[in-house]
Design a protein around this ligand. Sequence first.
Ligand code: SAH
Ligand code: SF4
Length: 429
Amino acid sequence: MNFADSEVIGAILTNNGYSLTDNIDSADVIFINTCSIRENAENRIFNRLREINYYKKKKELVVGIVGCMAERMKEELLEKAPVVDIIAGPDAYRSLPRMIDEVVNDKQKAVQTVLSTNETYAEINPVRISSNGVTAFISIMRGCDNFCSYCVVPYTRGRERSRDAGTIIAEAKDLFDRGYRDVTLLGQNVNSYKWTDEEGNTVNFSKLMAMVAEISPLLRVRFATSHPKDLSDELIMTIAKYDNICKFIHLPLQSGSTEVLKRMNRKYTREWYIDRIKAIRDNIPGICIGTDIIAGFCGETEEDHQETLSLMRIAKYDYAYMFKYSVRPGTLAARKMDDDVLDEVKGRRLSEIIALQQELSLESNRHDIGKTFEVLVEGRSKRSADELYGRNSQNKVIIFPGGNIHPGEYVNVMVKECTAATLLGKIIE
Ligand code: SAH
Ligand code: SF4
């Protein structure tokens, strides 16, 4: 999501006469787009600012912190890091050119952290940064109203709001015309997407996905993320219906224990989640499922942890992002619950979760050996210039030898070997 936001910021600045550079030595303005989701994400920013301080000693430089950390810490950031000139929250990006002027002309610090209820940067066509020319993100909504008790997002990104469907379709069409072949529709909970036009026609997420998929059968459509409580049968059927809607669902579990889920305010139970997994697997053959898991949330017992491991085995996740619980100031958990799982216990539980996921990912990849997939080529492999890499519909990376084939082309690849992270194959004519 930050990547997509940086592309919006890039567009706002280039529309105001600035240009982008890959070379930090030639930059006059540096923005760091920040994440507050866990404490270590924020710590990394302070390390980065120390590096930037070194550049600022050599020349005149405007330094801005944008995104969630700017929103969460506001002026406090100026005290902690005097190198910073600009602080702009996620809804303040249109003000950035004016804020740079304030710093340069008026020699003032500039802070803007008011959250909006309607800003979606709808009509701004993002500049694609470090793009491979094949895959792109499209932000379809902003904010989150779910208030999971551990999560800082509703506080840093504000209320949930959906972007004008017409502008989303226009952006997807434009990308397709420019050679892009894989778009990911982004939001904190895309299943809540809802847009009503002036004539009163409402577009929900399933409808929006279908509209994007109908742009061309050659355009792959992905999405992230859907909340399990809102995973509708309608969405499952839409994914099943269109070949070019990718057969991969990211469905964050967080915990396999109903008790812990209740404290997390996730609004579903273990049984509901298992039912959703079953509905997905029964209706979409060959689907892959990914998840997010938090180890060591407040009050998590050894039994709760075992329930997470057992649910992972039931769901047979193909992929997972796994984290140690990190207290976020201002959240319900920080205010009302005890962070009572010892750090070493959190660490051990996380290691067990990661080890199990390694097994499940390897098992999932082994199942693919001998199968042939349609792969969208994304570029040359880092391992060797003779090899290409791309992804199949299930979001798995496949590496294979390929001569005269270009990024953006589709090829059929048979899987010959695998690791837990990648598939290795060869092109089938
Ligand atoms: N909106 C998405 C998640 C966005 S945050 C969803 O609800 O699915 C990405 C992931 O970060 C979450 O799924 C969660 O697993 C993790 N996360 C969020 N807050 C956290 C915290 N305080 N400590 C550890 N992990 C956290
Ligand atoms: Fe955070 Fe929950 Fe919203 Fe996801 S759904 S962003 S975890 S509050």
